[in-house]
Write a protein that binds this ligand. Sequence first.
Ligand code: SF4
Length: 414
Amino acid sequence: MEQEYYVCTGCALLCDDIEIEVADGKISRVNNACLKGVARLKECEKPAECRVDGNNVSMDEAIKEAAGILKNADNPLIFGMGNSTSGAQKKAIGIAKKLNAYIDDTSSFCQGPVIEAILGNRIKTCTLEEVKDYGDVTVYWGADPSNSHPRHLSKYTYFPRGKERQRGWEEDRTAICIDVRKSDTAIICADKFYQIPPQADEELIDALIAALSGKVPKVSFGMGPKKILELANLLKKAKFGTICVGLGLIYSLPDVEPLVRLMEKLNEVSNFHLIPMVGQFNMRGFDHNLHEETGYINRAKFGENGVEHGPQCSVVELLRTKSVDAALVIGSDPMSSLPGSIAKELSGIPVITIDPCVTMTSAKAKVSIASATTGSDSGGTAIRMDGVEVDIKPMINTNNLSDEEILSRIMEAL
Ligand code: SF4
């Protein structure tokens, strides 16, 4: 019998070579995935149940209660969706439109500016397959894929053979790591690890631009001109270079402009692409889908006079300023991912969660709706971290409804 392969939804690398074994209708073994992927695809430690005010209810009752809360809210917020298929995200956008609601996702406080610059053609990008076939220099900047995306180096950037990279990492690939600490990825990069102090990323970017422009680079921390020139030369000589941007870099920059400046300079003297190291498997998909609908990737509010957009519509500002009176949280756990002072505001409003597992947010929610896990129990499409659309087919049959089906039912009940 021909082997069937599935897609892992453990991170936005969406590895498509996953083999499974099934026993008693459950996934008993996952092959080829990393530990992170196995954890996502096997049953949750604590599967969610449909609950209202902490009491178990049927799916119908939970959906009715959720629709009632959303209908009665003056300023509802829809948030999350990075772990939902594109079909579910489009349904959530439809609900936001119908309710004149705010809609935002985790890109609002992570990779959003980079994805916006890519969608606006301000930053050159490429696919991971192109990196595999042609990439000779890969820079991990503020990223530690050995822990966040464990198969990134082995599948695409450093270890595999590709069309023009037949000798792999031993001879024709270079991996560089720029970070504030010696991460597991930095250890793999060995003498190509450039350690910088926290918040020094923009300074190093400007020093690199100076070096690439033939000037003597200078920084205020302990990295001499020789070391910076050595790095600039590696970048300059690349035939096909890629910068893989992690949150360590994003959080240290005031905005995306220093990165745009660096990419422009690199492409005057070399050939460089940028790929954001997106975490949740379809966060990039949400940005693409909202962009298609509104022209914005996140931080939006639908209204009678069109779409409002700006920092005031971000999940953090909305909660800080107590501007929303209900929240629908889909496949996300803001209680654990937002700063405590902001997350606590969620306790003051009715929260509805849609999630396959119990999370800190769903444990405290007024309504929690148990969904199927996309990847193992339900399928659809998603956008990989490099912008490529991937088809996901379910691995097993369950009675759990997918996010998309639950959101369709909420829409009908509104
Ligand atoms: S790297 Fe990401 S997509 Fe690939 S197997 Fe691991 S968790 Fe899954």
